[in-house]
Design a protein around this ligand. Structure first.
Ligand code: 48N
Length: 313
């Protein structure tokens, strides 16, 4: 066989393999998705007026804000624990309305990279089960698995969660306070969150009073990470309001202890408020684990199960 024929055959096989992997990963086959445009001189988009774009955004955003003003569950923080929790509840209970409040413009928290800006993400078994559920490929290394880029996990869990009809993400939006009410038994419980656009939250000192908005919810899950400019927000607020004892403050790094404790410690830390992910290390004075993410996923799953058990009480 001539060399050219062999080359052609190999590139044909490679193209078929690429096509098959595209379709397997849920993308529609490129060849069929769009007509083969030739971007010649006569190419143009369908016409539009600027006000139509404005109205398309305005109509949806404010409708969502009105709809989720009464949410069943509010999740504060769209990092690995918060997104995992949202996905788990959203898939198991399509009847529940879930609002995710994320201070950053970009959700994902600390899970876009592994450690020290390196890209691979280590996930210790048995948390590979969660990667299997959401369809993230990895290399199996025995006691742990490695996702080739942390962004592959974070973009996948975000896509899985945000594509669910009962989940709405309000990013660039900060939780500034908690709503506390007396329930029918006369007990204090968390009943929602107080929000403002993050850029407003960051500028309260530069303007006259800029009052917040609110979302009522039966259950709040706080996944705001360990201490930092916005981190560990809800537990710090509860401690400051003397609703929980003083915080334990995160301890130094110990991977084995840290990940077990985060999962085992995931719980309702105050009636109506569940803490998950690294925020727990601040509550309980637990170790940090560094660049291993299985505990974030399983803590998010456990927080979801806890929220559903409270919701179903
Ligand atoms: O990724 P994070 O910070 O938090 P987790 O708990 O989901 O995951 C933590 C994990 O990435 C680690 O820290 C790893 C395992 N390292 C451990 C270690 O030893 O260092 O996500 C928290 C999210 C962020 O996106 C914040 O922007 C957001 O919460 N957030 C808030 N969103 C709304 N309102 C707030 N007040 C607020 N505070 C934080």
């Amino acid at each position: 066989m001539s060399q050219v024929t062999t080359l052609l055959q190999t590139s044909q096989q490679q193209a078929e393999k690429q096509e098959a992997s595209l379709v397997a990963s849920g993308c529609s086959s490129l060849a069929k998705a769009y007509p083969d445009y030739v971007f010649g001189e006569d190419f143009k988009f369908a016409p539009i007026r600027e006000s139509i774009v404005a109205r398309a955004m305005i109509k949806r955003y404010w409708k969502d804000l009105e709809t989720y003003a009464e949410s069943d569950i509010v999740i504060v923080g769209a990092g690995s624990a918060g997104l995992t929790c949202a996905y788990y509840i959203g898939t198991r209970r399509p009847d529940l309305k879930i609002a995710i409040i994320e201070a950053g413009v970009a959700p994902g928290g600390g899970a876009w990279l592994g450690g020290q800006l390196m890209s691979a993400m280590v996930v210790r078994k048995p948390a590979d089960a969660f990667l299997n559920e959401i369809g993230v490929p990895y290399e199996d290394e025995g006691n742990y698995v490695v996702v080739k880029h942390a962004a592959l996990f974070t973009s996948t869990i975000m896509a899985r969660a945000l594509s669910l009809p009962n989940i709405k993400l309000f990013n660039a939006t900060a939780v500034e306070d908690l709503i506390v009410k007396e329930d029918e038994k006369g007990e204090q419980r968390i009943a929602g969150v107080v929000t403002n656009w993050t850029l407003v939250s960051l500028n309260h000192g530069t303007q006259s009073c800029m009052d917040p908005n609110t979302l009522n919810a039966h259950v709040v899950v706080s996944a705001t990470g360990h201490d930092g400019p916005f981190g560990a927000f809800c537990v710090k607020r509860l401690a400051k309001a003397k609703l929980i004892p003083a915080l334990g403050d995160m301890r130094c790094l110990d991977m084995n202890r840290a990940e077990d404790h985060i999962v085992k410690g995931t719980r309702e830390i105050y009636p109506g408020l569940i803490a998950t992910g690294m925020e727990l290390s601040e509550v309980d004075g637990r170790n940090r684990m560094g660049a291993t993410f299985g505990a974030m996923m399983f803590s998010g799953v456990k927080a979801a199960q806890t929220a559903l058990s409270i919701f179903d009480e």
